[in-house]
Ligand binder design. Structure first.
Ligand code: ZN
Length: 153
């Protein structure tokens, strides 16, 4: 790959939506007394996050995150919270599967994934896949009742 085409791909990757969510992340706060909480760490990039979730009768009533990291990890977490709020735990797991397939293969079911499709370009950058999936691994651990720190390794 030439340097110029690499720069072009990078431009695709950092779409406006990603930049916007990075600058103004949604649900970037702690939920006091959340009934689910888990932490994630991506050693490859240094991204760290804590996810807070309130689940009531199998529905994600509220979800938020705090953390530090690159634009991709933060934007992915931000978009994730807007999409998972109001979903059932089962729906959340389905979306995670589709999202994971999209960022690893580029195979996207755009309609189902909505704004998450902005992250489809990540599959061209294997190191960035871990940034994009960190928030999801963290939330999945929470749903699975695992309280250890999630790593993307
Ligand atoms: Zn990162």
């Amino acid at each position: 790959m030439s340097y110029d085409s690499f720069k072009g791909d990078l431009r695709d990757l950092y779409q406006e939506l990603i930049l916007d969510h990075n600058q103004n992340p949604h649900n970037f706060r702690e939920i006091e007394g959340a009934n689910h909480k888990s932490e994630g760490f991506n050693p490859l990039c240094g991204d760290r996050m804590t996810a807070y979730i309130n689940i009531d009768a199998d529905v994600i009533e509220d979800i938020s995150f705090l953390g530090t990291g690159c634009a991709i990890s933060k934007a992915s977490a931000s978009i994730m919270t807007t999409i998972l709020k109001g979903k059932t735990v089962k729906e959340a797991r389905e979306i995670f599967k589709k999202f994971h397939r999209m960022v690893t293969t580029g195979d996207a079911d755009i309609q189902d994934l909505g704004k998450l499709a902005a992250l489809a370009g990540v599959h061209k950058f294997p190191a960035r896949v871990k940034c994009a999936t960190l928030a999801w691994h963290t939330v999945k651990n929470s749903l699975d009742g695992i309280s250890v720190v999630a790593t993307t390794e």
